[in-house]
Design a protein around this ligand. Structure first.
Ligand SMILES: NC(=O)c1ccc[n+]([C@@H]2O[C@H](COP(=O)([O-])OP(=O)(O)OC[C@H]3O[C@@H](n4cnc5c(N)ncnc54)[C@H](OP(=O)(O)O)[C@@H]3O)[C@@H](O)[C@H]2O)c1
Length: 329
């Protein structure tokens, strides 16, 4: 089987490529000209503007492909236009290129969307399901939802499944790295989330779910939330990270709203001045505000036969081991 993977230089995409290669697939990676050279180092990438359908078609990247995994996307930006440019335009271009080159025999496909396209859950014990009406969160969620709509309305998208991962952690991730850093010192520093809960998935588990979504009978046209652990209170995540380090949480701090607002404004100013997007900005902080970023993976378990490979404690410990070996901790 031959896979075409966008976003292979990123965190989720790198885990997907590992899973595909381990399962005996051949993998073709698409990267954009703006990709940092280090991301492509040592690996064979087809470099093409991902928002240019004609260029993708001309590149020949789609020839003989069995499954397209569209992972590339923008998770941090300080304007709605940048989210749309990174999340919607490449999705449309890829679908147009498929229609142009593969005509009546389009490959199967998987869109990596996000829980943000659907929105947070209503309350404790009621994780969001695929049957709930989408209520996209912020410009990021709106752009991921628009990408889902592009797939749903495009003729080439009929052979695609949509996967909405919950928050993803694992080797090579930078977003949860501060949690591991703080917990390793016995500190829990909540960005206003001490009383909140979230769904989590370990990156290798998500990668297996993506492969299943791209190959399982009946998955085309379906959407799947993917979460290994559906309702994890933030303190439980800090405790798991502390346990993995042989520590216990001794000090907990929940940052007050005014401090978060100031940090978000400063992050946006820095992004505007530097022309690069930071982890902390008003958009990202607004996304963290809901108390229940939880979703149910019952459909993925039932229809794809998917389940996490290990428990949360083991996944957290494996992540910490990777950070230590890589010198990130
Ligand atoms: N991490 C999570 O918790 C999470 C949760 C839910 C959904 N997701 C989704 O998973 C996907 C991958 O996220 P990630 O966490 O792996 O992020 P990441 O590490 O930042 O990787 C993003 C990938 O997308 C590419 N990319 C960035 N900007 C682009 C643009 N404007 N046009 C085309 N490609 C672009 C990057 O390539 P370059 O090398 O060129 O920069 C990189 O390969 C995204 O679609 C995201 O929405 C992630």
């Amino acid at each position: 089987m031959l896979a075409l993977v966008t976003g292979a230089s990123g965190f989720v995409g790198s885990h997907l490529v590992e899973a595909l290669l381990a399962a005996g697939w051949r993998v073709r990676r698409l990267a954009r000209p703006a990709s940092p050279p280090a991301a492509a180092a040592g690996r064979a990438f087809t470099v093409v503007p991902l928002d240019d359908a004609a260029a993708i078609a001309r590149s020949g990247a789609l020839a003989d492909v069995d499954v397209v995994f569209h992972v590339a996307g923008v998770t941090r930006a300080h304007t709605a236009a940048r989210f749309a440019a990174g999340n919607v335009a490449p999705t449309r271009a890829l679908l147009d290129a498929i229609a142009e080159t593969r005509g009546g025999r389009p490959p199967r496909g998987v869109l990596v969307s996000s829980q943000a396209a659907a929105g947070p859950a209503d309350g404790l014990g009621r994780p969001r399901t695929e049957d709930d009406a989408p209520a996209p969160a912020g410009s990021y969620g709106a752009s991921k939802r628009a990408a889902e709509a592009a797939v749903a309305t495009h003729p080439a998208g009929a052979a695609w499944a949509t996967v909405r991962p919950s928050a993803v952690f694992g080797a090579r991730d930078r977003d949860f790295l501060p949690v591991f850093r703080h917990a390793g010192r016995g500190l829990a520093a909540y960005p206003g989330t001490r009383g909140a809960a979230l769904s989590l998935v370990h990156a290798p588990d998500l990668a297996r779910a993506l492969v299943l979504a791209g190959t399982a009978a009946g998955s085309a046209g379906r959407s799947y939330f993917v979460a290994g652990w559906e309702e994890v209170p933030w303190p439980a995540l800090y405790e798991a990270a502390a346990r993995a380090a042989g520590r216990r949480i001794r000090l907990s701090v929940d940052l007050p709203g005014w401090a978060l607002a100031a940090a978000g404004a400063a992050g946006d100013l820095w992004s505007a001045a530097a022309g690069r997007d930071t982890l902390v900005g008003r958009e990202k902080l607004a996304l963290g505000r809901p108390r229940r970023w939880t979703c149910s993976a019952a459909r993925a378990r039932r229809e794809l036969g998917w389940a996490p490979a290990a428990g949360l404690g083991e996944a957290v410990a494996a992540t910490r081991d990777w950070y230590r070996t890589a010198g990130w901790l």
